[in-house]
Design a binder for this molecule. Structure first.
Ligand code: HEC
Ligand code: HEC
Length: 301
């Protein structure tokens, strides 16, 4: 039998789990898992910060980067960082940020070189992320900076020289220290909610084009019956059927007298042009419905 677990108990144990995680108390308390080893933590701890914290030992030159780039990156990002097809460009776009369609690249938009190092290290090449050696990442970062004219061709990137690299758009990024809301919560003598008025709204989507009003039809039964049982042949003159709206053809037929037309429509009729099946083949139709359809057809001329 399964025991229902009280939600409060679950919440309590969840909170306990959270707190025990953060203070890492008594590993193995729940009988599973093991403390992460220093190497395991290091495997996840790969972020590099704008001030360079997190950069590993190593270095790489623009020159070395060019080779690796051509081999592993150019097929998607282009030899000059221009981007192939829909793959992102890694260079260019200077001065376009205020355009209608800004061209955001490492050089024109990114605020920190650390993001470049981190991104390449973490995510590239696209099909084999985290496959690059640290020195290769240094070299590729140097080369992408070079493609953006931000360093010279003899530049070598390492933890020290990293500090000299300042991306052009760096100063456009700043910490937004505005509070999440500018209002303070009202706890007493608050406004009557019904007096609150919405003064601006998200723009409403354009109105859906209303379907055209159906044209008023006096003979609705006739129209409905026609559509269901007669249009099949009479809309397009199939099999010799007189076409709806062909005034001349219908004028000829009317000479037989309306009652004959009605009878032929109800009972079926073999003429010179073809076969008109009884009630168009819809034998469940009442005689009145078929007559209404005939009237409808005659009205359209
Ligand atoms: C198979 C194609 C492919 C290859 C090869 C490749 N990339 Fe990428 N790269 C991408 C795609 C796709 C993105 C965008 C990923 C996204 O937005 O999620 C990207 C994004 C990037 C970005 C961020 C661009 C931006 O402005 O957002 C950088 C930097 C980058 N790649 C560098 C490299 C480097 C360096 C190499 C070679 C080691 C490389 N890439 C190899 C496909 C590729
Ligand atoms: C399978 C095709 C077909 C369907 C469905 C059909 N008709 Fe006809 N209808 C014909 C053909 C073919 C003729 C002409 C026969 C001829 O004159 O040789 C005809 C002729 C007529 C005529 C003229 C009869 C006359 O004496 O000249 C009327 C009225 C008519 N149909 C009404 C209807 C009505 C009402 C319906 C629906 C309930 C309908 N038809 C459904 C094929 C069809």
């Amino acid at each position: 039998m399964q025991m229902a677990v009280c939600p409060m108990f679950r919440l309590a144990s969840f909170l306990f789990l959270m707190s025990s995680l953060s203070v890492s108390a008594e590993p193995g308390y729940y009988g599973y898992g093991k403390p992460a080893s220093a190497e395991e933590v290091a495997g996840w701890d790969i972020d590099v910060r704008p001030d360079g914290l997190g950069l590993p030992d190593g270095s790489g030159s623009v020159e070395d980067g060019e080779w690796i780039y051509e081999e592993q990156c150019a097929e998607c990002h282009g030899s000059f960082g221009e981007g192939v097809g829909r793959y992102p460009a890694l260079a260019g776009g200077e001065g376009t940020l205020t355009d209608d369609r800004p061209h955001r690249t490492v050089g024109s938009y990114w605020p920190h070189a650390s993001t470049l190092w981190d991104y390449i290290h973490r995510a590239m090449p696209y099909t084999a992320p985290e496959s690059l050696e640290d020195d290769e990442v240094y070299a590729l970062t140097a080369y992408v900076l070079y493609l953006n004219d931000l360093v010279e061709d003899d530049f070598v990137l390492d933890r020290e020289s990293f500090k000299d690299v300042v991306l052009p758009n760096n100063r456009s990024f700043f910490r937004d220290d505005r509070p999440d809301t500018s209002n303070t919560r009202c706890m007493e003598n608050c406004k009557d909610p019904s007096s609150i008025v919405i003064t601006s709204m998200v723009a409403a989507p354009p109105p859906v084009q209303a379907a055209p009003e159906p044209v008023a039809v006096a003979n609705e039964t006739g129209l409905a019956t026609y559509r269901k049982a007669c249009a099949l042949c009479h809309d397009g003159g199939i099999g010799g059927a007189p076409t709806l709206g062909d005034a001349e053809a219908w004028a000829q037929r009317q000479k037989k007298g309306i009652s004959t037309l009605m009878a032929n429509a109800i009972n079926g009729f073999q003429g010179e042009d073809g076969v008109m099946p009884p009630k168009g083949g819809f034998l469940a139709l009442s005689n009145e419905e078929v007559e209404a359809a005939v009237n409808y057809m005659l009205e359209q001329n």
